[in-house]
Design a protein around this ligand. Structure first.
Ligand SMILES: [Fe+2]
Ligand SMILES: [Fe+2]
Length: 379
């Protein structure tokens, strides 16, 4: 019996034992429940086992979104709606049939946005924190609080909470696609979301091009006499070249993790912490032939394949992936990653709600013990 089956059968046993709600319906009780309902109240024992599970039960399921399925559909949206009419021309990833939260997994939103050369979306600001990961095309830019930055494939970009931001593609660029990631479902669950459009529809560029990279982008060096007191990273663009180089340097001096091989978190250069209060992100390198072991932890995770090909086993299901595919790992689902090439690296970009989980002291992690640390693939 696998560890997972063990846990499940153990739970079935525990659900029957003393200390858990186990009240059989009777005509008197049913009448009582009805009476409680009329006063907008309820008996806790009728829902206790659901709202206090033995262990996390995600409403999301593991999904792989193949880029070869989505790319044409995303490009097609540009024939059908303008950025002006749509606000943002995005195909969102939907894993929320059960929850109705428009989430890609857990409380994370994600979508694929496309813009054509010469197009620009209006400047806006919202309570949600956002990030983007550039998938294809050239000439795309984002302006965040007066700072314009250029976007290239595999760049990771922040548009933190409350910042004025707008996106566009220069007229001599090509049609671009990028992945957006937001904490919107979380903000909506907390009923704390505001959204506003810039009064001039466009914001002025007030800083030199890529100024955040110039000030804060040097590894382990801090600019003199430059202040920053915002609750998110002052660096808004993390370039692919420097990221990949850092991973390769790390790989030369480390055995890596048995679960993730060579993984580095994008950080706020001032604090070393996560880039934003509600969203964290990482890039990991799986060396040729890497076969990861299975573990699980709390938190919801969305991966994009930045480079290479391989597969992941998530909750007992195998998902084969290649460059630009996106997949999710729901909270507490066992997962393991494999680079199927014996000669090429594979790189996985990932963003998550880890900053929230850690800040609230809700992070738990465990390795799969039996079957040499690998899940049995079914489904
Ligand atoms: Fe936005
Ligand atoms: Fe993990």
């Amino acid at each position: 019996m696998s560890q997972k089956e063990n846990i499940q059968s153990h739970d079935r046993y525990r659900e029957d034992i003393a200390g858990r709600a186990n009240v059989a319906d009777s005509p008197e009780l049913l009448a009582y429940y009805k009476e409680l309902e009329t006063y907008r109240t309820g008996a806790l024992w009728t829902i206790a086992n659901k709202i206090e599970p033995w262990q996390p039960k995600s409403a999301s399921v593991p999904i792989l979104w193949r880029y070869r399925d989505l790319r044409e559909l995303v490009l097609k949206s540009a024939d059908l709606v303008t950025p002006e009419k749509a606000g943002r021309r995005v195909v969102y990833l939907n894993n929320s049939e059960k929850s109705g939260l428009s989430a890609a997994v857990g409380l994370l939103y994600s979508g694929l946005q496309t813009m054509r050369p010469g197009e620009a979306a209006s400047a806006h600001a919202h309570s949600s924190s956002a990030l983007r990961f550039i998938m294809e095309g050239h000439g795309a830019y984002t302006i965040v609080d007066g700072q314009k930055m250029l976007l290239e494939a595999n760049d990771f970009v922040l548009t933190p909470t409350g910042t004025w931001h707008e996106h566009g593609v220069d007229s001599d660029g090509s049609q671009c696609i990028w992945q957006d990631g937001l904490d919107m479902p979380l903000v909506n669950v907390l009923e704390a979301g505001f959204y506003k459009v810039h009064p001039d529809l466009r914001q002025a560029v007030t800083e030199p091009l890529d100024s955040s990279v110039g000030l804060w982008g040097a590894p382990a060096l801090r600019p003199q006499n430059v202040g920053w007191n915002k609750p998110y990273s002052p660096l808004f663009r993390y370039q692919w070249g420097a990221t990949y180089e850092a991973l390769q340097r790390y790989a030369r001096v480390s055995e890596g993790s048995p679960f993730d091989d060579i993984l580095m978190h994008y950080t706020n250069p001032l604090t070393g912490g996560h880039v934003m209060p509600t969203l964290g992100a990482s890039m990991q390198l799986l060396r040729p032939g890497f076969v990861g072991k299975a573990h699980r932890h709390t938190g919801s995770f969305i991966y994009q394949v930045a480079k290479g090909q391989g597969y992941s086993v998530i909750d007992g299901q195998r998902f084969d992936w290649q460059e630009r595919d996106i997949f999710c790992v729901p909270s507490w689902a066992f997962h393991e990653h494999v680079n199927s090439s014996q000669t090429e690296d594979a790189c996985l970009f990932c963003f998550s709600d880890l900053p929230v989980i850690q800040t609230l002291h809700l992070y738990y992690e465990e390795a799969l013990i039996d079957n040499d640390g690998h899940q049995r693939v079914g489904g």
